[in-house]
Design a binder for this molecule. Structure first.
Ligand code: C2E
Ligand code: MG
Ligand code: MG
Ligand code: MG
Length: 280
C-alpha cells in the first residue's frame, strides 16, 4: 500500500511539473508575440521629494495586456522573459518607450522629471546596451540625465568586468544608476564604491514596517546613514502612510515612492497628475 501511495505521489508530482513546464512554454510563446502586437504598456508611478512634496520623477513599470487573460503583472512574466532571453527585446522596447515619454514631458520645462527604468541582468551581458541606450536617446531627444537605470545588487556581485565597463559607459554618457531592492540581497557593500552608483532604493519590505517595527526602523536608519556617508541619493519604495513618510524624511531620505503618492498608472493619467503638480 505504501508503495502504491508513494507511486501515486510521484505521478502526481510529475504531472504537476509537466503542467508547470507547459504553462511556462505557453506564456513564452504568447510573450514572443506581445512586443510585435503592441500588447505591452508602461505604467508610471510618481516619485516625490519628501522635503517639498514635489513630484520630481517616476518609475516605469511594465504591464502586459495578454489577449484572453486581461492585464498580466511583471511577477507573472518577467522571470520567463529572462529565462528565455526575450527580456532583451522587451527591455529594448521599454527603453524606447520610456525615453519617448520623458522627452515629451520635459520639453521646454524648467524642472525636468527623471524617469527610472528597470533593467534585467540579461540586458547587460548579451547586448550592446550602451549603444541601444544612445540610439534611443538620440531618436527621442531625451537628455541622458532624464533617465535613471535601476539594477539589482546581484548584478554587481558577479564581479564581472563587462558589467563594470557597461556601467562606466552608461554613467559616462550621463545616466544615473540606482540600486533597486537595496538591502534584500547579500550584505557585501564593497561594490558601492567600486561601481558608479548614484542612488539607493530602499526596498518596501523594510519601509512597510516603519516606524512600528524596531528592527526594521534600525535597518532603515542604517541604510540611510550608509547612503549619506557615501553621498548617495536615497529613495524609499512602498510608502503608504504619512507616518512612514515622516520617519523617512526625518532621517534624511530624499525621495519617496508608494501608494501614498500614487499607484502605477497609465501614461494619460500620469500626465494629468503631472500637469496638476506643475501648476501648483
Ligand atoms: P520594483 O522595481 O521593485 O518595482 C516596485 C514594485 O512595487 C511595483 O510592482 C510597484 O507597483 C510596487 N509598489 C510601489 N509602491 C507600492 C506600495 O506603496 N505598496 C505596495 N504594496 N506595492 C507598491 P510591479 O509593477 O508589480 O513590478 C514588480 C517588479 O517587476 C518590479 O519591482 C521590477 O523588478 C519588475 N519590473 C517591472 N517593470 C519592469 C521592466 O520594465 N523591466 C524589468 N526588467 N523588470 C520590470
Ligand atoms: Mg524598480
Ligand atoms: Mg524596487
Ligand atoms: Mg521591489
Amino acid at each position: 500500500y505504501a508503495k502504491r501511495q508513494g507511486r501515486n505521489h510521484y505521478e502526481f508530482y510529475m504531472q504537476e511539473l509537466t503542467r508547470q513546464a507547459a504553462e511556462r512554454l505557453e506564456v513564452e510563446a504568447a510573450l514572443r508575440r506581445a512586443c510585435r502586437n503592441g500588447e505591452l504598456e508602461l505604467y508610471f508611478q510618481p516619485q516625490v521629494e519628501l522635503r517639498s512634496g514635489r513630484m520630481v520623477g517616476a518609475e516605469a513599470l511594465l504591464r502586459w495586456h495578454r489577449p484572453g487573460h486581461g492585464m498580466v503583472m511583471p511577477l507573472q512574466f518577467i522571470s520567463i522573459a529572462e529565462a528565455s532571453g526575450l527580456i532583451v527585446e522587451i527591455g529594448d522596447w521599454v527603453l524606447a518607450d520610456a525615453c519617448a515619454a520623458v522627452a515629451e514631458w520635459n520639453r521646454g520645462d524648467a524642472a525636468p522629471l527623471q524617469l527610472a527604468v528597470n533593467l534585467s541582468p540579461r540586458q547587460f551581458i548579451r547586448h550592446d546596451l550602451a549603444g541601444a541606450v544612445r540610439r534611443h536617446l538620440q531618436e527621442s531627444g531625451c537628455h541622458p540625465s532624464w533617465l535613471k537605470l535601476e539594477i539589482t545588487e546581484s548584478l554587481l556581485l558577479d564581479g564581472d568586468r563587462t558589467v563594470e565597463d557597461m556601467l562606466e559607459a552608461l554613467t559616462g554618457m550621463g545616466l544615473a544608476i540606482s540600486i533597486d531592492d537595496f538591502g534584500t540581497g547579500y550584505s557585501a557593500l564593497s561594490y558601492l564604491h567600486r561601481f558608479p552608483v548614484s542612488q539607493l532604493k530602499i526596498d518596501r519590505s523594510f519601509v512597510g514596517d516603519v516606524p512600528g517595527d524596531r528592527s526594521k526602523r534600525e535597518l532603515v536608519k542604517a541604510m540611510l546613514s550608509i547612503a549619506s556617508a557615501l553621498r548617495l541619493e536615497t529613495v524609499a519604495e512602498g510608502v503608504e502612510s504619512e507616518q512612514q513618510a515622516e520617519y523617512l524624511a526625518s532621517h534624511g531620505c530624499r525621495l519617496a515612492q508608494g501608494y501614498l503618492y500614487g499607484r502605477p498608472m497609465p501614461r494619460a493619467a500620469f500626465e494629468a497628475l503631472l500637469a496638476t503638480s506643475r501648476a501648483a
